[in-house]
Design a protein around this ligand. Sequence first.
Ligand SMILES: Cc1cc2nc3c(=O)[nH]c(=O)nc-3n(C[C@H](O)[C@H](O)[C@H](O)COP(=O)(O)O)c2cc1C
Length: 211
Amino acid sequence: MIKMKADLNLMGMERGRQYETIITTKNADGSKNAAPIGVICAGEDKVITRIFKGSHTLDNMVREKEFIVNITHDPELYTVSLLGNLPQEYFNDDYSLKCVDAYFKCETINFTEAVKQSDPIKKKEEAIVIKSEVRDMVIRKEIKAMNRGFGYVIESLANLTRFDLVGDAQKEIYITRFKEANRVVLKVGRKEDIKAMHEIKKELIKRGYDL
Ligand SMILES: Cc1cc2nc3c(=O)[nH]c(=O)nc-3n(C[C@H](O)[C@H](O)[C@H](O)COP(=O)(O)O)c2cc1C
């Protein structure tokens, strides 16, 4: 286990990009809470989260002024922590998760009402943007933080290979999916993913599809 100075680059996090993580926090009764939350890298030792009001995670961050960002690619952890409560035995005493490869502790700097939003959720006044400073960082095993962009690139490429084999109705579905994939990659993807989506878009336009 390596405990080190905060540097998000060590987890493959690039400034301005969003990564999927599991944030763990302390509930009012002292028990431990986990939820999947997107974390934007805002520099070597700063992160930004946008969290909807009503979640335990936001309440806990406001009260405790600190939280843990767990870096993992384990689908079960994301699913169980979203659909139910992750059992308390999954947690360490410091509120991090036992089975993750890396995690870091954050201390909140400020909380701001969200004003701008580019995703399809309309209730923009119901989110809070939290800027935080990264403190202790623990890397048990080298890992890159999870970014949603690459999955969309692969999915868009797979659909591209099927375009000429399907009927018009299915083509429409693929175009709609591509537009959504492109929207997400432009918002959260790494520059390599954005470049790939640009190439796929060019190819679709070349084949006569309206984008
Ligand atoms: C991959 C993923 C990313 C998510 N990112 C966010 C986010 O950035 N902000 C947010 O408010 N909710 C996000 N959610 C939804 C929360 O995890 C969900 O509302 C959860 O139920 C909150 O749990 P809590 O009440 O224990 O905090 C995300 C869900 C998933 C699956």
